[in-house]
Design a protein around this ligand. Structure first.
Ligand SMILES: Cc1cc2nc3c(=O)[nH]c(=O)nc-3n(C[C@H](O)[C@H](O)[C@H](O)COP(=O)(O)OP(=O)(O)OC[C@H]3O[C@@H](n4cnc5c(N)ncnc54)[C@H](O)[C@@H]3O)c2cc1C
Length: 410
C-alpha cells in the first residue's frame, strides 16, 4: 500500500505503544498501527490508579519515571495522593513497614491517625485504625495520555494507521490495509500479545476484574485515591461520581484460546465479582455506597447488597463492568528483545508504561546504531526480559499472584 520503508512498526496504540512511538519518533521512521486508534484496549477501561511504591524496586523506578512524564501532560495525571487504609492493628503494622520502605526508596509516606484518614477522604473512609498517606501518588487518565503521545509522535513525523495486523515476518507487516515494509517490529498489543507472538508472551496471563462507577453527583473537594490493602479493595473520586474495584475473589482467567473472541478489553460481568464488590461497598460510608446501589441498604447483608448491585447495573443506575489485563508469575511485565528486529512490551501497567517504553526505546535505538542502552538500567532490562518464561507453563503461578498486586509477598 505504501512504498515507505519504516524503521519500526509499533503494533498497538494503547498507553504502551503510544508512549513508545513518542519516544522513538524523533529518531526513526515510525509507523504506529492499531485496529482501533480510539484506545479501547485495557488502557481505555483503566480506572487510573497510580501507586508508585512496589516491593520490586525496578517497578518503583519505572513508576517514578512514568509519573514524572504524565505530570507534564495536561489532564494526564492528577496528583491527588494515595491513602492506604488499615482496618486492623496487623494491617497498620504492614503499612508502617511499607512507609519505612517508601522512605528508604526516597519517597514521601506518612502514617496517619484514624481521624486524619477520615479527614483526608471523608466520603470513603469510615471504620479504620489509621492509614499511610503517599502525597506524590494520584490518578492518571490513560486515554488522555495515549492520545497525547500519539499526537506527539505524529508531530515528530510518525505515521498513525488504523489497521488490523495479521502477521509479520522479516521486513514486512501484513495488515488489513495491505503489506507494509518495516525493518523492525514492536508488539505492544496488551492482552492480545499471544496472538502475534505466541510462545514468549504466554507468561503474561489474562485475567478479568470488575470495577463499578456510582451514579453521578455534584463534585466535592478532591480526595486521594484510596486502597484497603488488607481486604484488596481500591476506590476513588472520579470528579462527578465515585469508583470502586476489588480483587478479593478467585482469579478469573481468560485462556489464550479465548482472546481472539474479545475485540475490546471489556468483557461480560462475572458473578465472582458481585460478592467481592458487595463486600467492598460495605466499607464505604452509607451515603457514598447508596450511589452505587441506587438506594440505602443500611443493616442488610452481603447477599442483599449483591442483589442490589445487579439491579442497579440492570437499571443503568450504576455502571459496573469487567475489564481484562495481564499478570505474570514474578510481577514484572515482559519488555525487551524477542529476536533480531522483534521487540515486545506486554503485561505493562499504566503505572509503569512510559518508563518501560523508555527502556525499550534505548534498546531499539542501540540496535539501530543511534544510541546506547544505559548501564544503570541493566537490572531493569534483566528482570523484564520477555523470553524468561519461554517454554515454561507459568499460568497457575501467575494466577496465584493475582491477589498480591504490589508484590508484597515476593
Ligand atoms: C479494571 C482494570 C483495572 C486496572 N487497574 C490498574 C491500575 O490501577 N493501575 C495500573 O497501572 N494499571 C491498571 N490496569 C492495567 C492497565 O490498564 C493495563 O496494563 C494497560 O492499560 C495496558 O496497556 P497496553 O498499551 O499494553 O494495552 P492496551 O491498552 O490493551 O492496548 C493494546 C492495543 O493493541 C491493539 N491491538 C491488539 N492486537 C492488534 C492487532 N493484531 N492489530 C492491530 N492492533 C492490535 C488493541 O486494539 C489495543 O488498542 C487495570 C486494568 C483494568 C482492565
Amino acid at each position: 500500500m505504501t512504498a515507505t520503508e519504516y524503521d519500526i512498526a509499533i503494533i498497538g496504540a494503547g498507553i504502551v505503544g503510544s508512549s513508545l512511538a513518542s519516544h522513538l519518533a524523533p529518531h526513526a521512521r515510525v509507523l504506529l498501527l492499531d485496529r482501533d486508534l480510539a484506545v479501547r484496549g485495557s488502557s481505555g477501561h483503566n480506572p487510573g490508579f497510580v501507586g508508585q511504591l512496589n516491593r520490586l524496586p525496578p517497578l518503583t523506578e519505572l513508576a517514578r519515571r512514568s509519573v514524572r512524564a504524565y505530570s507534564t501532560v495536561p489532564g494526564g495525571f492528577e496528583n491527588s495522593g494515595c491513602l492506604e487504609v488499615a482496618l486492623t492493628k496487623p494491617e497498620l503494622e504492614m503499612l508502617r513497614a511499607r512507609g519505612a520502605l517508601a522512605r528508604a526508596s526516597g519517597m514521601k509516606a506518612t502514617l496517619v491517625s484514624q481521624a486524619e484518614a477520615r479527614r483526608l477522604a471523608p466520603a470513603f473512609v469510615e471504620d479504620c485504625v489509621g492509614g499511610l498517606h503517599f502525597p506524590d501518588d494520584g490518578s492518571a487518565d490513560p486515554k488522555v495520555l495515549a492520545k497525547h503521545y500519539q499526537a506527539q509522535a505524529a508531530s515528530a513525523g510518525a505515521t498513525l494507521l488504523a489497521a488490523d495486523v495479521l502477521a509479520f515476518k522479516e521486513g514486512a507487516v501484513e495488515t488489513s490495509e495491505g503489506v507494509i515494509k518495516a525493518k523492525r517490529v514492536a508488539v505492544c498489543t496488551g492482552i492480545w500479545g499471544t496472538q502475534l507472538l505466541p510462545l514468549p508472551m504466554a507468561g503474561a496471563v489474562v485475567v478479568g476484574q470488575g470495577y463499578a462507577y456510582s451514579s453521578t453527583r455534584r463534585p466535592r473537594t478532591a480526595s486521594p485515591i484510596i486502597r484497603w490493602p488488607g481486604v484488596q479493595v481500591y476506590g476513588r473520586d472520579h470528579g462527578d461520581r465515585d469508583g470502586i474495584g476489588s480483587y478479593d475473589h478467585a482469579p478469573v482467567h481468560v485462556p489464550t484460546s479465548d482472546i481472539g473472541g474479545h475485540s475490546t478489553a471489556a468483557s461480560a460481568w462475572n458473578k465472582a465479582f458481585t460478592g467481592a464488590l458487595a463486600r467492598a461497598l460495605a466499607l464505604l460510608p452509607e451515603q457514598t455506597a447508596a450511589r452505587f446501589y441506587g438506594r440505602t441498604l443500611a443493616g442488610t447483608g452481603t447477599e442483599d447488597a449483591a442483589a442490589a448491585i445487579i439491579q442497579a447495573r440492570e437499571a443503568g443506575r450504576a455502571h459496573a463492568f469487567n475489564s481484562l489485563f495481564q499478570v505474570t508469575s514474578d510481577g514484572y511485565p515482559l519488555v525487551g528483545r524477542v529476536q533480531d528486529g522483534v521487540y515486545a512490551a506486554v503485561g505493562v501497567w499504566v503505572t509503569h508504561a512510559y518508563g518501560a517504553a523508555g527502556v525499550l526505546t534505548d534498546m531499539i535505538l542501540q540496535d539501530m546504531g543511534k544510541g546506547e542502552e544505559k548501564d544503570e538500567d541493566a537490572e531493569i532490562r534483566r528482570v523484564l526480559d520477555p523470553l524468561r518464561f519461554a517454554g515454561k507453563d507459568v499460568v497457575d503461578d501467575a494466577l496465584r499472584t493475582y491477589n498480591d498486586i504490589y508484590n508484597r509477598k515476593k
